[in-house]
Ligand binder design. Structure first.
Ligand code: DAH
Length: 338
């Protein structure tokens, strides 16, 4: 009996339990009711008292050791360390991480930039943290203008704020470059407004500036008209309405005609058929002088438009906040467009 126990022990110690199959084979051979160890216990019952004393301990140890070996191998396989090494197939193709797509705001902004670039406009940028001079004073904002109010502007400290519009870049360009100037300035701007489906505390604008000798309002109209035809289509109708901005004189707003046929167009245009897309005007003489440009020799026009507004109109986006949530399901809808 002792010898049999030794043999079984030797036998199971030799086994390598490196896969689930081998593990199962081990269990069936040694640990189940009809396995080798249990059959030794059956024989054990038939032994005499003295012999039982001698063999009992050995048999119990044998069972314990077999069970331990099995449990250890099982844990190891379960944690994957043995299995991984054996089963990794390095010849399989890699897993795809998926391809991203352009954000709708980038799509719209890039299209705008391309159109103005083709007309000969350069691109200029300025800081998002701006001083009072570039954001307000140089642009002819009176001391008590409501736009300077705490309610609209995020102040960082006295006279330093997050820029409320990209018109601040106009000032920087005029201060640093001699005319002729033909530039657009895309960028992010900030307003301290209640966040809703129609307004967010930050958004994007594209500012335009053209300064040269003899620039007139007719040039302004023609430039913007050309832009609209290229961006929205040849047939697009536009109109200019008189308006007011501190930094332009005269000032205007430009609308494009959508009509009121669809419910959506009616809602967007508040029943008028016209959608406002930008503000513009002839650069105020005070602004030219503030920026060191001789207003007796040079004149110019400026314009500014909101990118979100146009993107929302173009793609039928109802809530501005969806543009900033980075929800993949929303963004993937624009995959085909760029
Ligand atoms: N800065 C204006 C705004 O944020 C937009 C604007 C209007 C820019 C008229 C201009 C302009 O350059 O001439 O609402």
């Amino acid at each position: 009996m002792k010898q049999r126990i030794e043999e079984v022990k030797k036998n199971f110690l030799r086994q390598e339990l490196a896969s689930p199959d081998l593990l199962e084979k081990f269990r069936l051979q040694f640990l189940v009711k009809k396995g080798e160890i249990n059959s030794l216990f059956e024989e054990f019952k038939k032994l005499g008292k003295e012999e039982k004393k001698e063999v009992g301990q050995l048999l119990n140890n044998l069972k314990k050791e077999a069970q331990e070996k099995y449990d250890q191998a099982k844990t190891l396989l379960g944690s994957g360390s043995v299995q991984k090494e054996k089963e990794e197939d390095y010849s399989l193709p890699g897993k795809s991480v998926g391809q991203g797509s352009r954000h709708p705001l980038s799509l719209v902004q890039n299209k705008m930039i391309t159109i103005f670039k083709e007309m000969g406009f350069s691109i200029s940028e300025g800081p998002e943290i701006e001083d009072d001079w570039h954001n307000f004073s140089a642009l002819n904002f009176p001391e008590n203008h409501p736009a300077r109010d705490m309610q609209d502007t995020f102040f960082i400290e006295k006279d330093i704020s997050l820029r409320t519009h990209t018109s601040s870049v106009q000032v920087r360009v005029m201060e640093n470059c001699a005319p002729p100037i033909r530039t657009i300035s895309p960028g992010r701007v900030y307003r301290n407004e209640a966040i809703s489906a129609r307004s967010n505390s930050f958004f994007h604008q594209i500012e335009g500036l053209y300064i040269d000798k003899g620039v007139s309002f007719a040039d302004l109209k023609q430039t913007l008209f050309l832009f609209v035809q290229q961006f929205f289509g040849e047939e697009t109708k536009v109109r200019f309405r008189p308006s007011y901005f501190p930094f332009t004189e005269p000032s205007a707003e430009m609308d494009i005609y959508l009509g009121t046929d669809s419910e959506e167009d009616y809602r967007l245009t508040k029943g008028t058929g016209w959608l406002e897309i930008l503000g513009c005007g002839m650069v105020d003489v005070n602004v030219l002088e503030n920026c060191g440009i001789d207003a007796a020799t040079y004149s110019g026009f400026a314009f500014g438009m909101g990118v979100e507004r146009i993107a929302m109109f173009q793609y039928g986006i109802k809530d501005i906040r969806t543009l900033f949530e980075n929800d993949k399901r929303f963004l993937e809808q624009f995959k085909a467009l760029g």
